[in-house]
Design a protein around this ligand. Structure first.
Ligand SMILES: Cc1cc2nc3c(=O)[nH]c(=O)nc-3n(C[C@H](O)[C@H](O)[C@H](O)COP(=O)(O)OP(=O)(O)OC[C@H]3O[C@@H](n4cnc5c(N)ncnc54)[C@H](O)[C@@H]3O)c2cc1C
Ligand code: FES
Ligand code: FES
Length: 1364
């Protein structure tokens, strides 16, 4: 190709790299090629952009980049992940971060204002990312986006706290607006026939209307918040607040960049293809880079070093998108979002039959990663990575695409996509060749291309199996014959695999059922997956290959339906196999009463940090500026689950760049062991390691990267010892933590089983997998010394500052009075930062103390997930006796939890599981035995619900089984066995103030259970391959720490002479709104406005000996302690107040001050009337119970295991809510987190079930392969109600605790899934009970829907592998 054009300017080297950040010009110095945009932004103090994962999977780092497209002559605005963008990749662009939108001093941007005021932030760590995704969508849209577009644009942003509903509601105001509805006045006029509120923003029913009961003041949409008009933020008409695109960048010409980075890295950005080829010839090992979404993972997570990068983003020849008579040519550099836009337009313009392949590509891109990734990821990057699970490669191959390849001299050759992929991540490209473009031919009449993909989670997830399929039919002799076919699968081997035999078999045959059946048989031999194949799930993956082909057959037949002589019309009931998934936008409602107590208690106040969070001004531990002599720490971690440490060679680390110190067990100045209950955990392993990820030592260096590099250079020799890697292994080896066997009993189980009353007995096992906390802010601690080490201070991300103080003092050998821990807020905890964070603080404290220098230890996401413990997996073995009617008589239960290598809180977790193992049922005879298993895994720990959900899930499993045995619905069995007022529980506590029956009845009415059930049955009769299911689940959650002494709380209240009040208490604000509720209590106590009360931080030097913020009890306890302090101050003020000489609180305060009255008080509270004796197994372990119930309706695709929650209706009794908005937020957040636990999130460990993972290692250690719910997993209809008129006299202001109780209610989704599977199995003749382990992932759903496609690979009672 002699025509490659380069002009002089293209190769004129420049080091003048610039960037605009929030409208300000920044000169980018040479030497930073190793940095990401995120690192740069945070280094220059823009810490609003967060690091949640560093792998493009969470969206916390989202920023908007804008550049001037010289071809289109317009500005392009895009959301991208700053964590994967190399700094120099945005050279010449404008980056807007959350700080560039608005702030509290100069005003919030409407997007920020809306999110803050609509309760869209809790811990706030994800919030800047959401703001930026929404902002970029608005800036890049010519017209207001639709609600669907808004939801789609947020798929790459994860939130672990809110359950997404309030975020969607907040952003919905920016969607297309029907102005008429706004002008129509009052809410009452805007109700649909069903009485649902109609949103002026969308014209559809929505949740932004007033709560029906009591919020009477709201007369327009959005509870009185003025909806923001789209024009206010229209990207084309900037308001004065909006940062404009810098005009200098419009005129600026890009130049060839040649820059350097740490470690000898070279960064080239050529401007022409010729120059790329020259550079490539000169540097054969150079890495081409575009979006860096693959290369970034390789360099940062897999630690691969590439010395030379050639960034080809600015090369015009690689960015072509052209159309000719034969098809389309797509430049290798074209971004996926650009391609999608282009194809969508083509599909509208070209004849339908020509664009079958184009449609398949656009449909597949829809489910390809999130918006931020699609905005930068290139076609060529995806192809050349040659990932076996690439979503697009099977389609290129199937559709007969050709790849055009250019070599160093400019010569071009073509190859079929089918021939391009040679072996695992190896492609047909010579060292001096690059991919130039892809040519996709138009499809012909009767030629069809279809895409398939099944992942763990529908959105932003890589495929488990995907496929591209093409068939070309021709009519010959009145028959439709396959003239050509190509079936290609991804995720079934080391490369995308063409089913060669099947393709051959199809060709020349008539398209009919016989061909289908024969092809399915051949496919089984064509696609072979070995038992030990990486990724596991072999039976599922094989079944999917058949399911996809069956779907393809039906789909093509449906396309052909009506054609002359075509006989294979698809039965109506089978259409369910091929209907594509479309998601309606979320409709939700929140129903509660407002019981106002004083000035603030009872009001739906906005989270006190909300406005700081939406502007990025809220500071988290890692945002704390580093002191000039500060150091970063990295841990040296065990690579073996159980081994003797033979030798440690740290010479490599010592000579590593920036090294400042390395410390092992021998260096610890104080105690070498710690632990919250028993001190069984070595700070640094000295001789034996008992899990992968155990800390052996710590390295400190000048930068985080250097510390990690040095830690990697420590060589450790191990002598491997046998490891226990499951509960079953532990039971077999009798490997239990010492003194952890527990028994609870009531009545006589054995006698009952033998009695005539007991008509049936069932026995079974329930397997429950663990769950990762996935708080968005990873563990982080910053420790420094004062007075030469006489005092130690730290700021930590923890739920338990007192534990940090205690562990650090203990390990350094200091008195606790000299150690201070402060916490302003944390980016989520959910139990994961209750004890484990303290251990890591002790690790960081050792170098800080010994070197007398500040040390920051912030975990990478993978390290956090691998070593900091999770929700316990459980094994439950039950034996249950019941009557023919379904009345439960006796329960004999053995439960085991997987504690890992130290006791931590595992015994208390087990105990709570035992206390909750009756859920809400009256069982006359109960015996529960519990054991805590020692295994060679990192220590598992607290997680929302603390064992309670696992205990209740075991119960609901056998309840559901009884229902099948006696042929009744599970709901009937539940109702029949409900406990009631006065019932005595199996641990001796009497049930009081039981609102269970009320809740259940209200829920039944609200969700219209009987009607929905009959509609579901009708749907199931009509649809063979999609099934729906429903379930109603009750819950009762005990409130109190089950360790009595922990039920105490302290607070400090200080009133200042300007009438403002500073409250400090022992609880930590982790997003749950604790500070807001507690401040409301103080405001009501003093009868002042909430804005006069401030809570700055939690600090061990203000309130001593505080229990961790946990057990849902913090509002109860700290609210009461603050109230106590307020009352003391008020009592002191009373004599002055009674004089009635003041007209305001500030006057009263001043009057008191002049009378020398102490305006500071320490408040204290102990939870009364609790106590339990394990020797008798009886007592009042809980102060009271929070009751709730939930309904869920789901739909499953029985062929793939895909599912979605069509509706969820949740009701809780929260007494008189202190803040209903916050409580609703807790319920929604817990419910969606619970959906993750029951249906999405599966931890895969290297154990017997997963031999392809190294023993004891965690495979699912990042958002890439551990899937928490995303915005698109929110139930389509999501209703949350609080029980009305139900005061609770056992807690402050008659409220009830909320944090943990709703979590278990998400099991309604699990049991609705099971209900749907029962309907599916019935179609294949399987009517008996079957096990379904938790989580019910697509794999478990698909395999349980046993049918002809699973039968060749697994029996109907097949139980997919699970790490337990
Ligand atoms: C969070 C996340 C989600 C993802 N989701 C999906 C998904 O759903 N489906 C899926 O298939 N993939 C997914 N990926 C993988 C990845 O995003 C894609 O493969 C993407 O298309 C890669 O494009 P890129 O421009 O970022 O490649 P880069 O990382 O820039 O480059 C990738 C490789 O291609 C080479 N290369 C690029 N262009 C050329 C060329 N013209 N000639 C020769 N070699 C070239 C590079 O040298 C490099 O080796 C995901 C990745 C992340 C991080
Ligand atoms: S930090 Fe960038 S996506 Fe998670
Ligand atoms: S508010 Fe979204 S992660 Fe906490």
């Amino acid at each position: 190709m002699g025509s490659l054009i380069t002009n002089e300017d293209d190769v004129k080297e420049s080091k003048d790299a610039i960037l605009y950040v929030n409208g300000v010009l920044k000169l980018l110095p040479d030497g930073l090629a190793h940095l990401t945009l995120l690192e740069y932004l945070r280094d220059v103090g823009l810490t609003g952009t967060k690091l949640g994962c560093g792998e493009g999977g969470c969206g916390a780092c989202t920023v908007m980049v804008s550049y001037f497209d010289q071809n289109l002559k317009k500005c392009v605005h895009q959301a991208i992940n700053a964590c994967l963008a190399p700094l120099y990749s945005v050279e010449g662009m404008h980056v807007i971060t959350v700080e560039g939108l608005g702030n509290r001093k100069f005003g919030l941007h409407p997007v920020q204002e809306s999110l803050a005021s609509r309760h869209g932030s809790q811990c706030g760590f994800c919030t800047p990312g959401f703001i930026m995704s929404m902002y970029a969508l608005l800036r890049s849209s010519k017209t207001p986006p639709t609600e669907e577009q808004i939801e789609e644009s947020l798929a790459g942003n994860l939130c672990r706290c809110t359950g997404y509903r309030p975020i969607l509601d907040a952003f919905r105001v920016f969607a297309k607006t029907n102005d008429l509805l706004y002008t129509n006045g009052f809410v009452s006029l805007q109700e649909s026939k069903d009485g649902e509120f109609i949103c002026p923003s969308t014209g559809k029913p929505c949740s932004c209307g007033p709560n029906k009961e009591t919020v009477k003041q709201a007369d327009v949409c959005h509870n009185g918040y003025k909806a923001v008009s789209y024009n206010e933020i229209d990207g084309s008409s900037y308001t004065n607040k909006e940062i404009i695109f810098p005009p200098q960048l419009i005129l600026r010409k890009s130049s060839y960049l040649r820059l350097n980075g740490f470690g000898g890295i070279k960064w080239h950005r050529p401007l022409s293809l010729k120059h790329v080829l020259e550079l490539k010839s000169r540097n054969p090992d150079a890495k081409l880079v575009l979006g860096n979404t693959e290369v970034g993972i390789e360099t940062r997570l897999k630690k691969i070093h590439y010395p030379v990068f050639i960034a080809v983003t600015h090369v015009p020849e690689l960015n072509v998108l052209t159309v000719n008579d034969n098809g389309i040519e797509i430049g290798a550099g074209v971004r996926l979002s650009e391609l999608q836009k282009f194809l969508k337009k083509l599909i509208e313009e070209r004849p339908v039959y020509e664009t079958s392949a184009c449609k398949a590509i656009t449909e597949q891109i829809k489910w390809f990663a999130g918006t931020q990734i699609r905005n930068v990821a290139s076609v060529g990057g995806n192809i050349c990575t040659a990932s076996p699970i690439s979503d697009l490669n099977p389609i290129w191959m199937a559709s007969g695409a050709k790849f055009r390849i250019v070599e160093g001299k400019g010569n071009i050759r073509e190859t079929f996509a089918e021939k391009f992929f040679l072996s695992y991540r190896k492609v047909d490209l010579g060292q001096n060749e690059i991919l130039l473009s892809v040519f996709v031919p138009w499809t012909r009449k009767y030629e069809y291309v279809k895409e398939f993909k099944q992942a763990h989670r529908r959105d932003d997830d890589i495929a488990l199996v995907n496929a591209g399929m093409r068939v070309f039919l021709e009519k010959r002799n009145e028959k439709w014959i396959v003239s050509d076919a190509c079936i290609v699968y991804g995720g079934v081997g080391p490369v995308s695999l063409s089913a060669v035999k099947t393709n051959g078999h199809l060709t020349g045959k008539e398209w009919n059922k016989e061909l289908l059946q024969d092809s399915l048989k051949i496919l089984r031999q064509d696609i072979l997956i070995s038992e030990d194949a990486p990724g596991g799930m072999v039976e599922f993956r094989k079944s999917l290959t058949l399911s996809f082909f069956f779907k393809f057959f039906l789909w093509v037949s449906h396309q052909m339906d009506g054609q002359d002589s075509f006989k294979e019309s698809v039965p109506v009931s089978h259409l369910s196999a091929i209907e594509s998934f479309t998601r309606p936008s979320v409709m939700s409602s929140q129903d509660y009463e407002v019981v106002k107590q004083g000035t603030s208690v009872g009001s739906a106040e906005v989270h006190m940090s909300a406005r700081l969070q939406v502007t990025g001004e809220a500071e988290y531990t890692d945002d704390t500026p580093m002191a000039p002599n500060g150091l970063h720490a990295a841990m040296i971690l065990s690579k073996k689950p159980h081994a003797r440490l033979v030798s440690i060679d740290d010479s490599g680390a010592r000579s590593s760049p920036g090294f400042a110190g390395i410390f092992f067990s021998k260096d610890i100045p104080g105690a070498k062991f710690t632990g919250p209950v028993v001190e069984d955990e070595e700070v640094f392993a000295s001789e034996i390691v008992t899990c992968v990820g155990q800390v052996i030592g710590v390295v400190v260096a000048d930068t985080h990267e250097n510390a990690k590099l040095a830690a990697r250079k420590v060589n450790i020799e191990y002598e491997v010892l046998p490891a226990i890697l499951s509960i079953k292994d532990a039971i077999k080896a009798k490997s239990f933590h010492p003194n952890t066997h527990r028994v609870l009993s009531k009545g006589d189980v054995e006698l009952c089983f033998q009695s005539d009353e007991c008509h049936k007995i069932i026995e079974g096992e329930v397997h429950i997998g663990g769950q990762e906390h996935f708080y968005l802010e990873p563990n982080s601690t910053f420790v420094w010394t004062m007075d030469g080490g006489n005092e130690v201070h730290m700021i930590s991300s923890t739920q338990a500052p007192q534990k940090h103080q205690k562990y650090v003092a203990h390990v350094l050998g200091l008195p606790m009075s000299k150690v201070v821990c402060k916490v302003k807020r944390i980016g989520g905890g959910f139990g994961g930062k209750e004890t484990r964070s303290a251990f890591f603080a002790a690790v960081a404290a050792v170098p800080a103390y010994l070197l007398d220098r500040p040390v920051k230890l912030t975990f990478d996401r993978d390290v956090d997930m691998m070593i900091s413990g999770q929700r316990h997996s459980f094994l439950g073995k039950y034996k249950v006796g019941f009557t023919n009617e379904g009345k439960v008589l006796a329960l004999d239960l053995e439960i085991y939890n997987n504690a890992g290598n130290s006791l931590d809180l595992s015994l208390a977790v087990l105990e709570r599981a035992m206390f909750h193992s009756d859920n809400v049922y009256e069982i006359p005879h109960v015996r529960v035995n519990g054991n805590v298993c020692f295994t060679n895994y990192p220590s598992n720990t607290a997680f929302r619900g603390f064992g309670g959900p696992q205990g209740m899930l075991i119960t609901e499993n056998w309840i559901q089984r009884i229902a099948m045995e006696v042929k009744k619905s599970p709901e009937e069995i539940r109702e029949m066995n409900f406990m009631s007022e006065g019932s005595i529980l199996h641990f001796g506590q009497q049930v009081q103030d039981c609102t269970l029956h009320r809740l259940w009845d209200e829920l039944k009415k609200s969700c219209n259970f009987l009607k929905v059930r009959s509609e579901v049955e009708e749907f199931n009769l009509k649809n063979r391959w999609k099934k729906r299911g429903v379930a109603m689940i009750p819950t009762k959650f005990g409130i109190a720490f089950t360790t009595k002494f922990m039920n105490q709380a302290g607070a400090l209240v200080q009133v200042y002479t300007d009438g403002t009040v500073l409250v400090t208490h022992g609880g930590v604000e982790m997003g749950q709104g604790l500070h807001t509720k507690v401040a409301q209590i103080a405001a009501s106590a003093f009868e002042i406005s909430l804005s006069s009360v401030f809570i700055s931080e939690t600090s061990t030097d203000k309130v001593p000996n505080a229990s961790p913020t946990a057990a849902s009890a913090s509002s109860d306890m700290y609210g009461a302690a603050v109230l106590d302090a307020c009352k003391q101050i008020k009592a002191r003020m009373d004599p002055i107040a009674s004089l009635k000489k003041h007209t305001s609180f500030v006057e009263l305060v001043n009057a008191c001050y002049f009378e020398r009255i102490d305006l500071s008080a320490h408040g204290f509270y102990i939870v009364p009337d609790i106590g339990f004796d394990w020797t008798t197994g009886k007592g009042n372990i809980f102060r009271y119970f929070t009751y709730g119930a939930a309904f869920a309706e789901v739909e499953i695709d029985t062929l793939t295991g895909d599912f979605h929650t069509r509706a969820a209706d949740v009701i809780l009794d929260l007494g008189f809510s202190i803040n209903p908005a916050i409580d609703v937020g807790q319920i929604e957040g817990a419910f969606v987190q619970g959906i993750g636990w029951v249906a999405l999130e599966e931890l895969k460990w290297g154990d017997d079930a997963h031999k392809w993972i190294p023993p004891g290692c965690l495979f699912t250690c990042g958002p890439g392969n551990y899937k928490i719910p995303s915005v698109n997993d929110v139930p389509f209809k999501f209703k949350v109600s609080l029980l009305k008129d139900a005061p609770n006299d056992k807690a402050v202001h008659s409220s009830k605790a909320v944090g943990e109780p709703p979590f278990f209610l998400a099991s309604s989704v699990f049991f609705a899934i099971k209900d749907a599977i029962i309907a599916a199995r019935a179609e294949s003749g399987s009517h008996g009970w079957f096990p379904l382990d938790n989580p019910a992932t697509p794999e478990r759903i698909r395999m349980a829907c046993a049918d002809d496609f699973t039968a060749p690979f697994a029996k109907a009672d097949f139980r997919p592998k699970l790490s337990v």
